[in-house]
Every structure is written in structure tokens, then in C-alpha cells.
Design a protein around this ligand. Sequence first.
Ligand SMILES: NC(=O)c1ccc[n+]([C@@H]2O[C@H](COP(=O)([O-])OP(=O)(O)OC[C@H]3O[C@@H](n4cnc5c(N)ncnc54)[C@H](OP(=O)(O)O)[C@@H]3O)[C@@H](O)[C@H]2O)c1
Ligand SMILES: [Zn+2]
Length: 374
Amino acid sequence: MKAVQLTTSGDYSSHYLIDDHEQWEREIGMHEGLSLERLNYNTVPKPVAGPGEVVVEIHGAGLNHLDVWAVQCAPSHQRSESRIPGSDIAGIVESTGEGVSSCSPGDRVVLHSATPCMNCPMCLTGRDNNCLALGSFGSSRDGGLAEYTLAPEWNVIALPDTVSLVDAASLPVAYMTAWHMLVARAGVRRGDWVLVNAAGSGVGIAATQIAKLFGAHVVTSAGSDAKLEKSRELGASETINYSTHSLYEEAMRVTGGRGVDIVIDSLSDELMEQSVEALAAGGRLVNCGCTLGNWARVNVARMMAKESSVLGSVMGCKQELIEVVREVGRGGLRAVVDRTFPLSQAREAVAYLAHRKQFGKVVVVPDAHYPPEV
Ligand SMILES: NC(=O)c1ccc[n+]([C@@H]2O[C@H](COP(=O)([O-])OP(=O)(O)OC[C@H]3O[C@@H](n4cnc5c(N)ncnc54)[C@H](OP(=O)(O)O)[C@@H]3O)[C@@H](O)[C@H]2O)c1
Ligand SMILES: [Zn+2]
């Protein structure tokens, strides 16, 4: 089968492991370039389903910023083995191994991106996103930039007829992460003011819609007016261009000096610092990403005085993805696919994301199914 391999394979989390700011800049910073030549379109063996496993014919693989990190992998964290990247996968069950009972060949499915052990203290207490041995497609096992993939039966989620395979491929990491941030971590409630940073990112377009679904007032921020205009179409009532304006001052202005109850942040660095300042009393900032670097400063004294909280968030639990899929199926949320690329042009697809051109998700489709039906 055809697949894209990362020949000098990157560990997706390599940038989280760097403690030194200067080393982060040197190894990860955008100025280092993308090393797109690390992605190669190859012919590799097609997987075969063993007991408890399912082979899925891939019809869409959603890209995430994770895939940019993988290509930009810090030289100090490169591994020698090749890996097929891509955490978000949707397709049709092609074959099932011995003992598989919950799906059959021909079923339309989306895969939960993570592969928790389901046997550690975290998994056993319903926190499979915090599994002590957490793996994921595209990182610890081959992912979606291929014609077929091999999945544990546990990861397979049936799709409603109303959700296309390309739309489904755009959901897992971004929507599940945003759901976990807003619902599990921040406890979003009707009437809350929610600031969503990087509104055109995968996490941002999902968070904007989920916050609206729960009855919040949504303020979004992004680096261009064009992205902010699209963000209004998704439900943002106020928008802030952080390339031209102070995020803090604008957040205070649009909330009448009150501040926001929740910030959904994936940028970190100086924009996160301003976001913490923009929290109302009792507010919660939830961060899931370090697009601008691994560090941010906070004024601890003001956090204390306002009883504000800064929370981390990683991925989500399988049940949260099931709820996302159900909401998209019934029209409560919608997939926002900016562009599709054929698998043979995976390098162009990753570059498109790295250069901040997208509003929403970029989905890669095997050439045999390209262009996809919409
Ligand atoms: N913890 C988790 O489980 C988890 C899950 C998903 C994602 N993440 C992390 O969350 C972040 C967002 O992920 P995503 O897949 O939603 O991202 P994405 O779709 O690639 O979007 C990233 C956004 O960041 C903004 N940005 C600002 N400065 C940038 C720069 N120098 N380079 C690139 N982008 C810049 C861009 O918006 P403007 O052009 O408007 O500035 C862009 O839309 C990433 O850091 C990712 O690793 C973490
Ligand atoms: Zn576990």
C-alpha cells in the first residue's frame, strides 16, 4: 500500500521535553525550517488484522499541529525507526481479526486517536487520556497518512450516516481536546464569557462551537481579520486581532472591564500571559498547547487575589469523542474542513498548516479516493 513515512522519525512530544528556552528556539522555532524532506511517499506492506484488531481502509486523515511538530522534531529527540504520522483517521472497516464483534467489514468508522492501556490507575478511574502508558496513532504506532491502518477494536467508533468520512477525519484530536478543555477542565456553563485563542486552529474552531453549544458568550482571537470574520460565522460575538491589538486590553474592553470566565489557550508564551490577566474573578485558563514556546509568566499575586486558575489539558477520553461524534451527527457541532490534499502531496499539506494558512482542519485523502465526495 501507499503511505507517507517520517524517515527520520519524530517523537510528537519532543518539544515538550525541552527544558531550556534557547534550546527550544534552536531546535523547534519556526526559523529552523520545516524539514519537509523527512516526509516520504513510499510503498509499504499492508497491515493484517490479528486477534482483536481491525484493518481500516482510510478515506481521510486529519492533520494537527502535532504533525508540524513531528516534521520539526528536535534533532535531540529523533528516533531511527520510520513511522507513518497522522493521529486522526476515518474510513471503512476492510477486515477484522479473530474475536472482533463490535464492527464488521463495510462499517463507516472514526478511530479514537489514543491507545491507553485500560489497566493502569488512571485508566481504571476513567481518565484514559492520562494513561501512564499512553500511546497514539502516528506516534507510538503507525497513523493515518496511508491507504490502510491497523487499529485495536477498542478504538473503533461507528459513524452516523450524516457525517462524511472527510468531516469525521477532522474531529478526533481537535474536537475531543476542546471538549475536554471546556467541559471537564473548565466546567463551562450557560452565560460564561469564554475567550478562545487562535480561533482558526483546529482546537479553536472546535472550542468556539462547543462553548456556543453550552450557551456561553464567545470572544475569539486570531492573527488575521480574515480568520476572525470566519470565526464570527461560527458564533463568536466579539473578536480580537492579536497581531494588531493588545489581547488583554481588547478582552477587557469587550467584556466591559469584567474579564472572561474561561480562556481556551493553545499558544502559551506572551499571549497566555495576557490571557491570565484578562480572567475575571474565579476564572480558569485552560492550556493544551505551546505553539509559541513552552513557557509563560504569570503574576501569581494577581492570580491569588482573583482566585484564578491555570489548568493543563491533554487530549480527551474516548467517551468525549463519542459525544462529539454524536453532536456532529445531530447538527449541534459541525466539522470545518479548510482544505483537502491527496496523500501524495502530504508535504504540501503539512506546509500549509505550518504557514498558518488554514481556518479549520486540513484533511489528507489517499489518491485512490481523491477528490473525496462531499
Ligand atoms: N494537549 C493536547 O492534547 C493537544 C491537542 C491538540 C493540539 N494541541 C496543541 O495545541 C496547539 C494547536 O493545535 P492545532 O492542531 O489546533 O493547531 P493548528 O490548527 O495548526 O493552528 C495553530 C494556530 O496557531 C496560530 N499561530 C500563532 N502563531 C503561530 C506560529 N508562530 N506558528 C504557527 N501557528 C501560529 C495560528 O493562528 P493565527 O494565524 O491566527 O495566529 C494557527 O491557526 C498546538 O500547539 C498543538 O500541539 C495539544
Ligand atoms: Zn492506562
